[in-house]
Design a protein around this ligand. Structure first.
Ligand SMILES: Nc1nc2c(ncn2[C@@H]2O[C@H](COP(=O)(O)OP(=O)(O)O)[C@@H](OP(=O)(O)OP(=O)(O)O)[C@H]2O)c(=O)[nH]1
Length: 721
């Protein structure tokens, strides 16, 4: 006896857009699936059949054809039950059987496997997709429902599936332009991959929603009125950014939560392309556009066919208004991408999204024919799927994957440490180019090395990968004395813009004394090793004679070396050490850093103590009285894991006018979390006032400044219960 209850709701939807005989076919497919999965249960305890029905429902909402719905209903029968492809072909025809088989093959894919096997699986998946795009649509629906019902699984399994969703399935949905599925996959992926971050962000967004509503309504009204006055037929919507996109913006250092929340997003839907551009003109008249933020994706659609005008404006009160302008049709395409083909049967088969998807799939087929192995294939496909990474080639065609912004120096180190260490120049697509050039996707990079050459500390100002930076730093640390002298000479000449031969003996002696090095060569070595900035030495060498002597005399005559006010450091770069994060009120010490200028530490910072023991090239300094602005420091709280904790803590910090720059959350044990805040404060008194307020919150177990360095005899400023 077949129970039809699970099918009933789906049937209602199917009847809205399919022919009666097509609905009967789907019903037959349901019966086969129901029978095949009889007695099987999901981890959630629900009968198994609920899953294929839910996947079919997702596709029915997109008005996918009856064959896709049938295949979705039966997508697990070959794998899980004793049904063969042959059986399906006989009962439902070849197309449906092929679709089911295509999805079954994808189900067998385990992305946890070794690199080669994983690449091979990925290649199979891409190929299955190229044979019939409906296979991947079924797979996406299958994944979406699995993500919606992940709750029943063990946390480690949940995280694994969530990661795979974020890394593979959401990018594929995006590449096919199916934004509405991509967004859901990302949200569920985020929620399951980082449950704590998700919860906190969701709560924080909920909290500010009330305040934002007013602004959104006001701006929407202004936009509407302006467009209406000019006779343009448009719809204006104030929209909320997705949680995952807020998270990504914060993670990728675009800003703090407060900064990201200063962005307000709007969408204008018009009746024609012409109205889009005319609306844009009006909107730019109403608010001031931010230069460089206008994008015309109507004239040049994105790779997935997405079309819209993007602009960012600044309101009078300084808020950022992100506006997307597009026609109704473009909006439908933006939401549904390739699936729009089924959803809107406009008879027009030249939708951008669909054409682009077909072109992409065709390019995958060609790629498959041309590349040697699966790893090469996957690397090529990734170029399309992950726009935040760049994929580059060695002259022999090997693919090197680097983060966006990477330079030839990073590329050189990615090939091999020795290549990085001995690199002297590079060619990008056969043209000599500076080693600092940011690399763009698809370029061939040739690194030119010279035996005996050495890394240049200046590379640190543009190398972005950990491997390159660590190697350059290590090299600088271990340099031999004569090499350091040689490098120091080069760096000093670069800063001076003339040869050091032009510096007379007297001046050399003076500068050596002022900087307290035993000899001029030692000073050069100090520059080469990054202990003293070449810019500082050059500055002293080229500033007028009298001043140099004055400084020299001052240093000589004053055993204690009287402190300099930070503000009086003659325009040199001042940096605050990240290791100890000094703020006004802390006793401080300056150390000449490789980054050219003074690096200010707290005077009891272990790093400066160590440096002090090795040599004494440091300068005692004092805060000037008229310092303004915020100084960054870190606060650590041990808090009991409860709802609303973060919101309350952030509120207190904000009420005390602390500026939260970043939040990091780590679990200490099941009950206690460690919250680390990077905050901007005016000085120690300001920080103490924040700590005082935080102390009294009942669920805060401990609060202290981090790192926790205190002068001898001082008690740590904290609250311990
Ligand atoms: N449907 C669709 N929308 C797209 C696509 N590409 C961009 N968008 C929309 O445009 C926004 C800005 O995209 P960017 O790619 O960063 O824009 P930009 O070129 O103007 O710098 C996205 O916001 P976001 O911050 O990524 O997310 P959210 O604000 O929508 O949450 C998203 O709303 C696409 O391929 N399809």
């Amino acid at each position: 006896m077949i129970r039809m209850s699970y099918f009933a709701d789906l049937k209602d939807v199917l009847e809205t857009y399919l022919e009666p005989d097509q609905v009967s076919d789907t019903e037959r497919a349901y019966q086969v699936a129901e029978c095949a999965h009889d007695g099987q249960m999901r981890s959630s305890g629900d009968p198994y059949i609920t899953h294929p029905v839910a996947a079919a429902n997702i596709l029915a909402e997109l008005h996918l054809d009856h064959q896709t719905i049938m295949a979705a209903l039966m997508h697990d029968v070959i794998e899980d039950c004793d049904v063969t492809k042959q059986d399906l072909t006989e009962q439902f025809g070849e197309t449906v059987a092929d679709l089911v088989e295509g999805v079954s093959k994808l189900t067998l894919i385990d992305f946890q496997s070794k690199e080669q096997a994983q690449a091979e699986n990925f290649r199979k998946m891409m190929m299955a997709m190229t044979q019939d795009i409906r296979v991947i649509l079924i797979k996406l629906a299958d994944r979406l429902h699995n993500m919606q019902t992940l709750g029943a699984l063990r946390p480690d399994k949940r995280r694994r599936i969530a990661r795979e969703t974020l890394e593979i399935y959401a990018p594929i949905a995006n590449r096919l332009g199916i934004h509405r599925i991509k967004e859901q996959l990302e949200l569920l992926g985020f929620a399951n991959m980082y449950p704590m971050r998700y919860r906190i962000l969701k709560e924080s967004v909920k909290k500010v929603r009330g305040h934002r509503k007013e602004v959104v309504e006001k701006v929407t009204k202004q936009l509407r009125e302006r467009l209406k006055d000019t006779g343009l037929k448009c719809q204006v919507i104030g929209r909320e950014k997705s949680l995952y996109s807020i998270y990504k913006k914060m993670r990728d250092k675009v800003g703090t939560f407060a900064e990201v929340m200063d962005i307000y997003a709007f969408r204008v839907i018009t009746d024609s392309e012409d109205s889009c551009y005319r609306s844009l003109g009006q909107i730019h008249n109403l608010f001031k556009p931010i230069p460089g933020r206008f994008k015309d994706y109507i004239a040049i659609p994105k790779a997935n066919g997405y079309q819209s005008l993007h602009t960012v404006l600044r309101s009078k009160s300084g808020l950022h208004l992100e506006v997307q302008i597009r026609t109704n049709l473009m909006d439908q395409m933006a939401e549904n991408g390739v699936a729009a083909h089924w959803l809107y049967k406009t008879g027009n088969s030249t939708h951008h999204a669909e054409t682009k998807a077909r072109e992409w799939l065709q390019s995958l087929v060609e790629l498959q024919q041309n590349v040697g192995d699966s790893i090469e294939f996957i690397e090529n496909v990734k170029i399309d799927l992950y726009p935040d990474e760049v994929y580059l080639f060695t002259p022999k065609g090997k693919i090197i994957e680097l983060p966006k912004g990477a330079t030839p120096v990073d590329f050189a180190y990615a090939i091999h440490t020795d290549v990085g260490n001995t690199c002297i120049a590079c060619k990008i697509d056969k043209q000599f180019s500076p080693l600092s050039t940011p690399l763009v996707n698809g370029r061939t990079v040739e690194i030119i090395t010279a035996p005996g050459s050495r890394p240049n500390p200046a590379w640190l100002s543009y190398a972005v990968t950990g491997k390159a930076r660590t190697n350059i730093r290590n090299f600088v640390k271990n340099m031999r004395h004569d090499e350091a002298v040689h490098l120091g000479r080069r760096l000093l000449e670069q800063s001076l813009k003339f040869s050091i031969e032009e510096i007379d003996e007297e001046k050399r002696q003076q500068i050596t004394e002022v900087t307290r090095y035993p000899s001029f060569d030692d000073l050069l070595a100090g520059i080469g090793l990054g202990k003293i900035a070449s810019a500082l030495v050059a500055h002293r060498l080229t500033s007028d004679q009298e001043k140099t002597e004055e400084v020299a005399k001052k240093v000589e005559s004053d055993e204690e070396r009287s402190p300099l006010a930070i503000k009086g450091t003659e325009g040199l770069v001042i940096k605050y050490a990240r290791c100890c994060q000094p703020i006004p009120g802390d006793p401080i010490m300056a150390y000449v850093s490789p980054g050219r200028g003074f690096n200010i530490h707290r005077d009891n910072c272990p790093n400066i103590q160590r440096a002090h023991k090795q040599n004494d090239h440091y300068v005692p300094v004092e805060w000037s009285d008229d310092l303004e602005g915020d100084f960054t420091t870190e606060l650590r709280l041990h808090v009991f894991n409860q709802r609303g904790v973060l919101a309350q803590v952030t509120n207190i910090i904000a009420n005390q006018e602390g500026n939260i720059i970043n939040i990091d959350i780590n679990e200490l044990d099941g009950d206690v979390n460690i919250l680390t805040f990077r905050v901007g404060v005016k000085n120690r008194v300001h920080l103490a006032s924040i700590i005082k307020k935080l102390r009294v919150i009942p669920f805060v177990n401990k609060v202290y400044r981090y790192p926790d360095i205190q002068p001898k005899g001082h008690k740590r400023v904290e609250n311990s219960r």
